[in-house]
Ligand binder design. Structure first.
Ligand code: SAM
Length: 293
């Protein structure tokens, strides 16, 4: 059987192999999060030539397949599947090309797939990923909050205490925080963010790639006022900007200076503490001389 390598970087190879069989294995296929035109050429190619599709909900995936003019066996799969059902699916990958999709977006990202990929790898099955839409990444590109470091934390817990605990746990992380949230819980989540992460701007990215896409970036209280007056609908990604640099207190600065002066000259100690705390170096030098005196 001719093997088609879907991760070829050469488009002409892809075209010439357009009708060749897909090599057996597991193909992780991202699908649109709203706008059906966001499906990638490679995703269509794999869905066209795979032997079947493992999916969360056969009705949802059936709709996408019909939109693409495709008809394939659809197998229901989620990570809570019985171990033996997963093992059977993995075994079949020795001879079948199985595509894994979720209802929308990238499988494994707050969606099933992790256990299947793990089991497939352990069984020596070839696994390929076909990247594409992902709500968290789309939101990061839209909100204009720092994107050099971000932490995707999945869904915020529904229970108030667990939600507050998680926010406190994440409060010191120097990165934009990204959460999935439902429209019905948005205001409660904003209120919890206001308490646990005070003073930070928040982004609400809603209905991404859909007709009513919107992205608002503001203080939690302004966003709460807006969404209390106009209850949101649809799907939401919440983003929270990283913590602001906190200025060290005069007491902390003195402690650091005293410590540095034990081994260093005032000028060196001042430079060191200035670097660590962002405090003015000249002022620190003057204070170091005072402490020395
Ligand atoms: N695997 C998907 C992905 O790659 O984004 C996420 C699946 S998760 C079960 C569904 C959540 O993703 C929704 O509750 C919402 O928070 C977010 N989401 C999905 N589509 C979205 C969209 N079009 N706009 C905003 N958020 C979306």
């Amino acid at each position: 059987m001719a093997a088609f390598v879907t991760n070829t970087s050469d488009a002409s190879d892809t075209n010439s192999a357009a009708n060749a069989a897909l090599a057996p294995g597991l193909y992780i296929v991202a699908t649109p999060i709203g706008n059906l035109n966001d499906i990638t050429l490679r995703a269509v190619d794999v869905l066209t030539r795979c032997d079947g599709v493992a999916c969360e909900d056969t009705r949802v995936t059936g709709k996408l397949m019909r939109h693409l003019g495709l008809s394939k066996p659809l197998w229901r799969y989620n990570d809570h599947a019985e171990e033996r059902d997963r093992a059977r699916l993995v075994e079949s990958m020795a001879t079948r090309a199985v595509a894994l999709v979720s209802d929308a977006g990238t499988p494994l990202i707050s969606d099933p797939g992790y256990r299947l990929v793990n089991a497939a790898r352990e069984a020596g099955v070839e696994v390929q990923t076909i990247p594409g839409p992902c709500a968290a990444i789309a939101a990061i590109t839209l909100a204009g909050l720092p994107s050099d470091r971000f932490l995707f934390a999945g869904f915020l817990p529904v229970k108030e205490k667990a939600r507050a605990d998680m926010l406190v746990e994440l409060s010191g992380i120097d990165a934009t925080l990204v959460f999935y949230e439902s429209a019905g819980r948005l205001v409660k989540a904003l209120s919890a963010i206001d308490v646990a992460l005070p003073g930070r701007r928040v982004g609400v990215a809603r209905e991404l790639t859909k007709l009513h896409e919107e992205c608002r970036v503001d203080t939690p209280s302004a966003l709460m006022a807006h969404y209390e007056a106009k209850p949101p609908k649809g799907e939401i990604v919440l983003l929270v900007e990283p913590p602001h640099e906190t200025k060290a207190s005069a007491e902390d600065v003195d402690t650091l200076l005293r410590e540095a002066l034990r081994t260093e000259k005032p000028s060196q100690a001042a430079a060191k503490v200035a670097k660590a705390t962002g405090t003015d170096r000249k002022a620190l030098y003057a204070r170091a001389m005072e402490l020395r005196g």
